[in-house]
Design a protein around this ligand. Structure first.
Ligand SMILES: C[S@@+](CC[C@H](N)C(=O)[O-])C[C@H]1O[C@@H](n2cnc3c(N)ncnc32)[C@H](O)[C@@H]1O
Length: 195
């Protein structure tokens, strides 16, 4: 089985990324920014929906997208069971036309999951799915791996890819799951006016 056959991985339970809770960095970010406008948020590669539910809990109009039907099914079931409201839809973030434009995109382990050769497509997708002046909030996985997924990246690569289009508002090493401590970098970007 290929490590990028995502549906198969959900069906066989081969999901080492699944931590049973939202990204700790996201949880802290939302707690630290209670006045952030509660607009529309897109969570691409939402998996089983932990991060999307965290946004829904915080009052955002939340949309999760994933290419694996099982991920969407689980996300819907767990969100309903939690008594929360969010929309989950099957979709390819890299290639699809967005069903609507979003105020915010939240990235967490999608950038490292795709083939590095698709990273230009990823950046173009972020530009395509955001409203003018929208925000791109990312908990990036800074690891050296070349035989992913997960595939590694560096702060330098992220700067080169995103800074031509986005202004960097904030960056720091967030709180992480125990096995990722010190290996994540939160970057909060805002789309520049001329895009
Ligand atoms: C490593 S998992 C991370 C899931 C979730 N973000 C988390 O941290 O629990 C990567 C997810 O991205 C999804 N995915 C991969 N390529 C995608 C694409 N082009 N568009 C949307 N989702 C994609 C996979 O199905 C999988 O659910």
């Amino acid at each position: 089985m290929s490590k990028t056959d995502w549906e198969q991985r959900y069906q066989t339970g081969d999901m080492p990324w699944e931590k049973g809770e939202a990204s700790p960095g996201l949880v802290d970010f939302l707690a630290a920014h209670p006045k952030l406008p509660r607009g529309t948020v897109c969570v691409p590669g939402c998996g089983t929906g932990h991060d999307a539910r965290e946004f829904a809990r915080a009052g955002f109009n939340t949309f999760g997208f994933d290419i694996a039907p099982s991920a969407i099914q689980i996300s819907k079931e767990r969100t309903a069971a939690a008594g929360l409201k969010a929309t989950f839809q099957l979709g390819d973030f890299l290639r699809d036309k967005p069903p609507q434009l979003f105020d915010l995109i939240f990235e967490h382990t999608l950038f490292c999951a795709i083939d590095p050769g698709e990273r230009d497509l990823y950046v173009q997708a972020a530009l395509r799915w955001l409203k003018p002046g929208g925000d791109y909030l990312a908990v990036n996985y800074i690891i050296p791996n070349t035989d992913g997924p997960p595939f590694g990246t560096t702060r330098e690569e992220l700067w080169c890819r995103f800074s031509p289009h986005f202004e960097l508002l904030k960056e720091y090493v967030p709180r992480s799951y125990s096995n990722r401590t010190g290996l994540e970098l939160l970057m909060w970007w805002r789309l520049k006016g001329n895009v």
